[in-house]
Design a protein around this ligand. Structure first.
Ligand code: ZN
Length: 135
């Protein structure tokens, strides 16, 4: 598997508007867009820092995975995303190595990426996202 860059770091927040006051106004990182991903019941905001983005995640419904995360652990780092050159190949390789996956096939991610999650039980406690983007 070829990993290219830390694509983004997902941070679960109660409110993107409130979080932007720190990330954008205090730190000066410009938010380049907000997108709702209906399938994951989440609204995301992107703040690029070099080749990597900070991705703020706000739940859009109470049964959203992000809402459940905040309920259990509070706001904070939710997942780490690594960009790979070929997502299908990466998933096949992990499956072959017996790694537990949340998504066995790619799904749609914010920003037009194709993504899949690897189970935290297989990564030492981190929700790991693999992401493939057209460049
Ligand atoms: Zn993500």
């Amino acid at each position: 598997m070829k990993t290219k860059v830390v694509d983004h770091i997902g941070i679960a927040v109660h409110s993107i508007d409130e979080a932007l006051s720190f990330w954008q106004n205090t730190l000066g990182i410009e938010c380049t867009g907000v997108e709702e991903v209906a399938e994951q019941r989440v609204k995301t905001a992107f703040l690029p820092v070099g080749d990597t983005e900070i991705e703020l995640l706000e739940a859009t419904s109470e049964d959203s995975p992000v809402a459940k995360f905040i309920e259990k652990k509070g706001e904070g780092i939710h997942h780490l995303a690594l960009r790979v050159d070929d997502l299908e190949a990466a998933l096949a390789e992990l499956k072959e190595k017996g790694i537990r996956l949340i998504d066995e096939t790619p799904r749609y991610g914010a920003g037009g990426a194709r993504i899949a999650f690897v189970h935290p039980k297989a990564t030492g406690g981190i929700l790991l996202e693999l992401s493939e983007r057209k460049e």
